[in-house]
Ligand binder design. Structure first.
Ligand code: SF4
Length: 105
């Protein structure tokens, strides 16, 4: 690929964040479909969720605990695979009619 072609490809490349912007969410207020088990110090797996969740739902509080804001969850199941069995999180699908609404697919 020439430098010119690489430049053109870079200009047309779409970032994941821009694609995620097209998704819409119907928030089930007060009924999050994923919860984090209360903890003082997060496990390594729980801490990893702050880096691997593609929607950036997990964050670390000032005290070091891992928190979730599940409103933007894409229901990919990554966190469920990593932490569901250990009990670090409780994962359920949103109630019918709530959650992510994919615009394309
Ligand atoms: S299911 Fe996927 S998008 Fe939703 S909180 Fe877990 S890792 Fe993030």
């Amino acid at each position: 690929m020439t430098k010119l072609e690489m430049g053109a490809a870079a200009q047309t490349a779409v970032k994941v964040e821009e694609k995620l912007f097209y998704n819409r969410y119907l928030v089930d207020a007060g009924r999050p479909h994923i919860t984090v088990r209360p903890h003082d110090t997060p496990s390594a797996a729980l801490l990893a969720l702050t880096r691997i969740c593609p929607a950036g739902c997990y964050s670390q509080a000032d005290g070091g605990q891992v928190e979730i804001a599940s409103d933007g969850c894409m229901e990919c199941g990554t966190c469920r695979v990593l932490c569901g069995e250990s009990g670090d999180i409780e994962w359920n699908y949103p109630r019918g009619g709530f959650g992510v609404l994919y615009k394309f697919g």
